[in-house]
Write a new protein. Structure first.
Length: 202
């Protein structure tokens, strides 16, 4: 699958490594493509990179995702847009305490098919869940069933078995996984590591 990754930071590079390793094609989108000569795939402006992909992943600094993605609504069109962002400020407080970035993006880009996922795990675990000693859980939120099926397949490629994936429902459930960031940050402080994840057992 041709996948556009917006952003060139830690998560963008980590996701690209995982996706390239499982046979996907990647193009990065950057504010300054000319500055990135060390990436494992081509880099272009946001609009050019989006045109390359059938699926777009926003690995942008989440506090700025809405302002960056809103003017790109026409370029994104009805593509699947995977949002992995945790929108918090410099004090780790939620930027959308009564909503979520996922919902705000869906409102701002009504044609795009937003799927929230992978925001509850540290980057390396997201692309290789076997880094943990036991199976753990990843969540999906989104209004479009076909889009979630596409994203579920990408997660499967990265090593997330179907039994490890929980479809939480519509995009309003993005607030559940985004507000989890408060617990995630507290756990990271207590455990002094991001190498952990939730495992939902029944
Ligand atoms: N770090 C993790 O383990 C983790 C886990 C789950 C989810 N997330 C989420 O993944 C996203 C990316 O995280 P990250 O750790 O990769 O962040 P990062 O290293 O800071 O990278 C963010 C990228 O966003 C782009 N960007 C666009 N506008 C920006 C602005 N005004 N200020 C700063 N960067 C801007 C930059 O790419 P260009 O300069 O090329 O434009 C930058 O490389 C965040 O939304 C975060 O919440 C992270």
């Amino acid at each position: 699958m041709d996948i556009t990754i917006l952003g060139t930071g830690h998560m963008a590079r980590t996701l690209a490594g995982g996706l390239l390793g499982t046979g996907h094609s990647v193009v990065f989108g950057s504010r300054t493509p000319e500055r990135h000569t060390d990436l494992p795939a081509p880099v272009a402006t946001h609009a050019v990179a989006i045109a390359h992909g059938s699926v777009v992943i926003s690995a942008l600094a989440a506090a700025h995702s809405l302002e960056i993605l809103t003017p790109l609504a026409d370029a994104i069109g009805d593509r699947v847009l995977i949002d992995i962002g945790n929108a918090v400020d410099e004090r780790f407080d939620l930027i959308y305490p009564d909503s979520s970035l996922g919902e705000r993006l869906q409102q701002a880009l009504p044609d795009a098919r937003i799927v929230k996922t992978l925001n509850t795990v540290g980057g390396p675990i997201g692309v290789d869940p076997t880094l943990l000693s036991a199976p753990t859980t990843v969540f999906l939120s989104g209004d479009d069933a076909d889009a979630k099926a596409t994203v579920s397949g990408i997660l499967r490629d990265l090593g997330w078995a179907d039994a490890q994936q929980i479809d939480l429902g519509g995009i309003t459930t993005a607030r559940a996984v985004e507000h989890y960031f408060l617990l995630f940050a507290a756990l990271m402080g207590a455990l002094r590591s991001p190498q952990f994840n939730l495992a939902i057992t029944r």
